[in-house]
Design a binder for this molecule. Structure first.
Ligand SMILES: Cc1cc2nc3c(=O)[nH]c(=O)nc-3n(C[C@H](O)[C@H](O)[C@H](O)COP(=O)(O)OP(=O)(O)OC[C@H]3O[C@@H](n4cnc5c(N)ncnc54)[C@H](O)[C@@H]3O)c2cc1C
Length: 430
């Protein structure tokens, strides 16, 4: 497969427009709006739709989607370059119609929803008239879905859901939840669960509390109790027992898109670190002249470049192979690498800024904490490393001899055999 690192001039022009638009119009919004999905916020109602209109006019709306769903079908490499810009501002993904978790939930609805469900839930979601929530993790375990107990039972023509979910982000703003629940407790673990659309106004849904992570002022990750929540029979997405399969539809894309946005966040911290290193003097010289500070700058740049190339190469492979499963090891490796580089770059930027860097007046401490978000959401780093190792080991076979083929003595024996004629000639000429 050929590869090329150049960006087409027409698309570069779009990126240049985005860069300025995000810098000038969207980054300031992060200071005046609360949560970008809070539709009750009058400031949001005034500020966001006109900006969304500009994005639509420019043909850059919902670019993660194919043309059949109103996107551009740009593919992952172009999306990567776009998301890198969007990662700089909290409100940017909403303004470009590609925010998590709605983007992944839309993919599930597009794949598995009926025409009626698409009209009722998918279309308003794609138009950002509403937002959604993905409700899978449970209090007793997130990384191991085999321990989930929240159950859905078919009674008459309705599914009745009972159980608890934990860290359901955005539930407080959502119009519907996508809920994974056990439908056949006796089935093998990966066929026990099914996926459902649950409208938020359904009686029996109780948000016990909205948990906040360390840097958030307001909690948005819901601890939800479902008590006899009744939904119509046709609100199952996919077939009974297909919950895991359906969940994979959203996760491949979701993980790589987080990584693309993280590239932008890191570049932002890096720019600040460099500027500070040049501006701040101590003991008669700029920080930039201290070799240990130079090391922090060089290490950060190397980390960002390596990560960026890895993300874009993975995106390129997705575009070429058109199958997330074929790129599973790459996506898991990117996902496992992301929290480390994000953490390290923000921690160095914090350090170079000294006390100011640690304060809430700078974004670095929040970034360091947010790196843990990236190491947990959509599966912990450890689980992704296991996936990488398993996938890679699948390409190898165990040797059937205690001295394997690559044992140097055997290699030498093989080489002597292969080039026996040359050696014989040398002996003959001697
Ligand atoms: C900011 C944020 C937003 C989130 N949003 C959502 C959401 O919208 N919807 C949703 O359903 N969930 C959401 N989650 C939950 C997320 O999916 C879980 O946090 C994640 O799956 C891990 O589950 P857990 O927190 O229960 O940790 P646990 O499963 O208890 O794991 C804790 C730790 O144990 C270790 N560990 C776990 N498994 C293994 C293993 N196999 N091998 C080695 N070590 C292991 C890891 O160090 C891991 O971090 C969100 C999480 C965060 C932090």
């Amino acid at each position: 497969m050929a590869w090329d690192f150049a960006t087409e001039p027409e698309f570069q022009a779009q990126l240049d427009w985005m860069d300025e638009f995000v810098r000038e119009e969207i980054e300031p919004l992060d200071f005046i709006l609360g949560h970008p999905n809070d539709f009750t916020d009058p400031r949001r109602a005034k500020a966001i739709p006109p900006l969304q209109e500009q994005v639509k006019k420019r043909g850059l709306w919902a670019c993660h989607l194919g043309p059949e769903l109103g996107g551009q079908g740009y593919g992952q490499v172009k999306l990567g370059l776009m998301n890198e810009i969007l990662g700089r501002a909290k409100c940017a993904p909403v303004i470009f119609g590609c925010q998590a978790p709605d983007s992944g939930n839309a993919e599930i609805l597009a794949h598995y929803g009926t025409e009626e469900q698409k009209a009722r839930y998918l279309q308003p979601l794609l138009d950002n008239e509403i937002c959604s929530c993905y409700s899978m993790t449970e209090p007793q375990g997130g990384a191991d879905p085999k321990v989930f107990t929240c159950q859905a039972e078919l009674i008459g023509d309705e599914w009745v859901i009972n159980g608890e979910k934990w860290f359901s982000s955005n539930a407080r703003y959502a119009s519907f939840l996508i809920v994974m629940a056990v439908t056949d407790p006796e089935a093998p673990p990966y066929q026990r669960m099914s996926m459902f659309i649950v409208p938020c106004e359904t009686p029996g849904i109780e948000i016990v509390r909205n948990t906040a992570v360390g840097y958030e002022l307001e909690g948005g990750h819901a601890y939800i109790r479902y008590t006899d929540v009744r939904i119509p029979r046709d609100h199952m997405l996919g077939e009974p027992g297909q919950g895991f399969v359906v969940s994979q539809t959203r996760l491949g894309g979701g993980r790589i898109h987080h990584a693309m946005r993280t590239m932008g966040k890191m570049q932002r911290a890096f720019d600040m670190m460099c500027e500070r290193a040049l501006a701040r003097t101590t003991q008669g010289e700029a920080l930039a002249q201290k070799q240990l500070v130079q090391a922090m700058i060089a290490d950060s740049w190397i980390d960002i470049q390596q990560f960026r190339l890895f993300v874009l190469h993975t995106a390129w492979k997705i575009d070429k192979l058109k199958d997330y499963r074929a790129v599973r090891a790459d996506i898991s490796a990117v996902k496992a690498q992301m929290p480390k580089v994000y953490h390290d770059v923000y921690a160095r930027a914090l350090q170079v800024h000294g006390s100011l860097g640690l304060s809430t007046e700078m974004p670095f401490a929040a970034g360091v904490l947010d790196s843990f978000h990236m190491g947990l959401a959509d599966g912990p780093t450890e689980v992704h490393k296991v996936t990488v190792a398993r996938q890679l080991l699948g390409h190898y076979k165990p040797a059937d001899d205690p001295f394997p083929d690559y044992h140097l003595i055997r290699r030498e024996e093989q080489a002597l055999k292969k080039y026996a004629d040359i050696i014989e000639l040398e002996v003959g000429n001697a």
